[in-house]
Write a protein that binds this ligand. Structure first.
Ligand code: ACO
Length: 468
């Protein structure tokens, strides 16, 4: 009999010593990952049915729970693992974003989101996510310049918009147009070539605001406003949304700053549904723009990026603070499918750190715009108070997530509800592309291909149609 499995009683979340990547190397080429280490630890699986044991190695990252390496399990034991929704499954190694859901920690490349929110900006965070290091002054200037000068769309792309109905959901349009970019940049991309991948990455980040704003303009029947190279990323987006050929849009720096911050808070979130979708799509070697379109599709759902739109719809449905109690009863009723949108998260079992920043920004924006009685904010704050004190939510560790307050900010800025998730897609593009790049560079990368527990019919005899 093999030795008894060594029992790990608590999550291995303590920091481990890892070799630091040299700054210059990381900047010149692809970001270096802190190497995964095989520990001396192992976990033993006892197979009672066949009276045997199987020792599986344990691997350690730089921080966070250790993982059991099950890669050889099927080959050696003939078993698959079963984990719908991947609640306990690590799908890859990654050095981009770290989340500790119990503690409410979020870091991009090791930098806490609170520090970045206070001291950095979206462009700098994009560079950080893509390259692994904060840029120097000149690197940042060049990056901003290069992104700015890739923001125009091929003129032929205008025609795609005209194929959509005017009342199409903007996420449908964005999904289609992003996918269509693959028809413009296919033969020019060799995904094994780092330079080609970088150009594709810049194109994606640069063109997303234009694609998004034009989806809105199309729905309004207004002419497209072209990007302006004298504006920063967030201001340029606002200008393309709200300027018309007849009237300039006056950019309010507080609003532009809030928009920049919102983009930064949504930039990446490790292996979420849309990032995993991008990775799986890309794992077959598909065109990166087509992979991004897959990410947009995955983000759209109300359980993911569509939650910001769903929160506003929920607040509209509640209408007045006096209806909150009744609504909470519905949420708590196990027979009623109603959920408190903008609450709960697969990973955060504590306050989402982005939600705190978002709440403060919400107050700042409303103050700047002179909005004193925003009924939706009153309802949201009361909902939050009730939810944070009721057993139903406490027991399930349900806290506000990033989308709980973002919709109120967007509404105050004048962005229509149907565009909320589009904005999330603009922000998250850099995360998707960073995850895609990391996957392509990963020497352990394989096509994403989960297994299943088959529960259907077996070995049936075909019955000709005239005898069924
Ligand atoms: N309102 C009410 N109850 C909830 C909520 C909610 N928002 N979220 C989870 N629960 C309850 C579930 O009913 C379940 O209760 P039960 O144990 O009695 O059956 C329990 O909490 C666990 O919920 P799961 O759905 O199993 O948790 P999961 O991790 O799969 O779901 C999710 C996470 C999808 C985010 C969920 O909390 C949810 O639907 N939230 C609302 C939508 C939302 O805000 N999504 C945005 C997420 S953040 C982002 O993508 C940007």
């Amino acid at each position: 009999m093999a030795k008894k499995a060594r029992k790990k009683t608590k999550k291995a979340t303590k920091r481990k010593t890892v070799k630091k990547t040299s700054k210059t190397t990381a900047k010149k080429s692809a970001p270096k990952k802190a190497a995964t280490r095989s520990t001396n630890q192992s976990v033993t699986l006892i197979d009672h049915a066949n009276d045997r044991e199987y020792v599986m190695p344990v691997m350690s990252g730089s921080i966070g729970p250790d993982v059991i390496d099950v890669r050889r399990l099927y080959g050696d034991m003939g078993y698959f693992t079963y984990d719908p929704g991947y609640t306990s499954t690590g799908s890859c190694e990654s050095a981009i974003t770290y989340i500790d859901g119990e503690e409410g920690i979020l870091q991009y490349r090791g930098y806490p989101i609170q520090d970045l929110a206070e001291k950095s900006d979206y462009m700098e965070s994009c560079y950080l996510l893509l390259y692994g290091e904060l840029p120097t002054k000149s690197e940042k200037a060049k990056f901003v310049h290069d992104i700015t000068y890739h923001s125009m769309l091929h003129e032929q792309i205008n025609n795609f918009y005209r194929g959509f109905r005017r009342d199409a959901h903007p996420m449908a349009i964005v999904c289609g147009v992003v996918g269509a970019l693959s028809a413009f940049y296919h033969d020019s991309i060799d995904i094994s070539n780092p330079h080609d991948r970088l150009v594709a990455s810049y194109r994606m980040v640069a063109k997303m605001p234009t694609i998004a704003a034009w989806a809105y303009k199309y729905s309004q029947g207004q002419p497209f406003i072209y990007p302006r190279n004298d504006l920063d990323y967030a201001s340029n987006f606002l200008n393309m949304m709200f300027a018309t050929p007849c009237e300039e849009y006056e950019i309010n720096p507080t609003i532009a700053k809030a928009m920049d911050l919102i983009l930064m808070l949504h930039a990446d979130h490790e292996q979420n549904a849309s990032a995993s979708t991008v990775r799986i799509a890309g794992s077959s070697g598909a065109n990166p723009f087509a992979c991004m379109a897959a990410g947009v599709a995955s983000l759209w759902g109300p359980a993911h990026g569509g939650a910001n739109e769903a929160v506003l719809n929920m607040l509209t449905e509640i209408g007045e603070p006096k209806n909150i109690k009744k609504f909470i009863q519905k949420v708590k009723d196990p027979k009623d499918p109603t959920r408190l949108m903008g609450f709960g998260h697969r990973v955060y079992k504590n306050y989402d750190p982005r939600a705190r920043i978002m709440m403060k920004t919400c107050h700042d924006v409303l103050k700047e715009l002179g909005i004193k009685n925003e009924p939706f904010l009153d309802i949201a704050m009361e909902l939050e108070n009730i939810a944070l004190s009721e057993d139903y939510f406490i027991e399930r560790k349900l806290y506000p997530n990033v989308d709980f307050y973002s919709g109120i900010i967007f509404r105050a800025i004048g962005i229509p509800t149907s565009m909320f998730t589009v904005l999330f897609a603009v922000a998250r593009t850099v995360g998707w592309i960073a995850q895609w790049n990391e996957m392509i560079e990963d020497p352990h990368q394989k096509i994403g291909r989960p297994r299943q527990l088959y529960t259907g019919e077996v070995d049936r005899k075909y019955v000709p149609i005239n005898r069924r």
